[in-house]
Design a protein around this ligand. Structure first.
Ligand SMILES: [Zn+2]
Length: 466
């Protein structure tokens, strides 16, 4: 192992001796992908899998699960779970998945090699900036494979910071699946446990409080890195992603939670406001990181039945292509989220977009008050649910539903227009009323008195819906 930071406990991926070779391997993989057609790429996949019957992607997993394969079913369940929680929680959430090793040294997640995951996304991404990001992620997964196989992750953890693409404006970023309201950052930590299990934790933190506040995602990460002896100061979001850190575990006893804590210290210094998972908090608020992780686990198990029903519906879906399977997964989870968001206040109302957040807040207020007669309450909630159903959710950038192909996107737009028109008559029946929003979707002010008049929302904070 080569040159290490002054403390000897943090090293940059690019300073590791094997890195030049790993970069060549990644370029080779990507180059092969660019010059070959899809059929040949499939062939490359098959070579790595020749002895196993492991499904290589979601559509194969669905097929195997239909035939009673328990491992494949588990792979589908993990896929659905991760996607749902990435859709619903953009900060203050921590997830953990276990990876496994194939005899040939490949590392797999949900039955698919981690290199293939990113290579596959290169095949159908339409956005140039996302394609470049997938190339960086392919390199990182080549690095990860090497770190695991060389034993580096026994005493160390690989840490990456995935920020909202800083060469995209809010509109473009949001279109491809970034959560721009709080500029959500995914902090990913990969390591090997004592029992030899390879795990990846993803912790989601905010990079700004709300749309009208100061952006601190990049500056806080730069400051955090500086404390670790790493200079990210001239880095944009993509450079930061492309420069993973290998950190000795003695420095981060709680893995991703330790990094989140460092991030909060840095964000607090940068913004002058007390931060917990990147969000504003009272200085006397107990910042219990382990408790927050337990909450994430509780949320996950509380959704088990809902997830199971998505899984069984998905398994019964016959997908002709991997993309179809992924789109179906996106559709089902999007539907689940739209049902849950009204009753589950732990979900940020803005995950379906700012305009939809007004309807979510309205529906939540109606549910928690007894002012309306039951019949009337039911009618209003029905109208609001239809409006909420027009919102758009997304999981990881470029992931299912966050990056529709042009053709699909046209179909979705058309569908929205049709529903919009059909909905015209409904907006009249949304009764004028007043309620208290827990949080204004635009400025983030808490407990805002909100008036709904002719279907438009006016907050006492001065913000209004469109
Ligand atoms: Zn406001």
């Amino acid at each position: 192992m080569s040159p290490i930071s002054p403390e000897g406990l943090v090293v940059e991926a690019r300073d590791i001796e094997a890195d030049a070779q790993l970069q060549r391997r990644a370029s080779g993989l990507i180059g092969g992908l660019v010059t070959n057609n899809e059929f040949e790429v499939e062939q490359v996949d098959v070579v790595g899998d020749v002895q196993s019957n492991v499904p290589r992607n979601l559509s194969e997993a669905l097929e195997a699960a239909r035939d009673g394969d328990e491992v494949a079913l588990e792979m589908v369940r993990s896929n659905v779970t991760t996607d749902y929680f990435e859709r619903a929680y953009k900060s203050g959430f921590v997830s953990e998945v276990t990876l496994s090793r194939r005899p040939n040294g490949d590392i797999e997640q949900y039955g698919q090699s981690i290199e293939d995951v990113h290579m596959n996304s290169l095949r159908f991404l339409g956005n140039e900036k996302l394609i470049d990001r997938a190339k960086v992620e392919t390199l990182n997964s080549v690095r990860d494979r090497h770190y695991v196989n060389s034993g580096l992750l026994k005493d160390n953890a690989r840490v990456t910071f995935s920020l909202v693409h800083d060469q995209m404006d809010d509109e473009e970023a949001s279109e491809v699946g970034f959560f721009v309201h709080t500029r959500s950052i995914s902090i990913q930590v990969m390591t090997e446990r004592e029992d030899g299990e390879i795990i990846v934790q993803s912790a989601f933190v905010a990079g700004r409080e709300n749309l009208s506040s100061e952006i601190f995602d990049r500056s806080a990460v730069i400051r955090l890195a500086e404390k670790l002896g790493v200079d990210y100061s001239d880095c944009g979001s993509e450079d930061i992603l492309g420069r993973p850190l290998v950190v000795n575990k003695s420095m981060i006893p709680n893995l991703s939670l330790s990094i989140v804590e460092m991030f909060d210290v840095a964000a607090t210094e940068v913004t002058g406001r007390d931060k917990f998972f990147g969000r504003d908090t009272d200085s006397d608020h107990d910042k219990d990181y382990l408790e927050k992780m337990k909450e994430s686990q509780k949320l996950t198990s509380s959704m088990k039945e809902n997830i199971d029903s998505v899984v069984s519906e998905l398994v019964n879906f016959r997908a002709d292509t991997p993309l179809q399977a992924t789109e179906k997964l996106a559709e089902l989870n999007d539907k689940l989220l739209k049902e849950r968001i009204v009753v589950d206040e732990s979900i940020d109302a803005r995950v379906l977009g700012v305009e939809t957040a007004y309807h979510v807040n309205h529906a939540r207020a109606i549910l928690s008050s007894n002012v309306l007669a039951r019949e009337q309450q039911h009618r209003q909630l029905q109208i609001l649910q239809r409006k909420i159903n027009l919102g758009n959710s997304s999981s990881c950038p470029g992931g299912a539903g966050g990056n529709k192909t042009d053709e699909l996107s046209d179909i979705f737009d058309l569908a929205s227009t049709l529903v919009d028109n059909q909905d015209e008559s409904d907006s009249e029946s949304l009764e004028d009323c007043e309620f208290v929003s827990k949080e204004c979707p635009k400025c983030g002010e808490k407990n805002v008195k909100t008036e709904c008049k002719d279907g438009v929302y006016y907050g006492a904070c001065g913000c209004a819906s469109e």
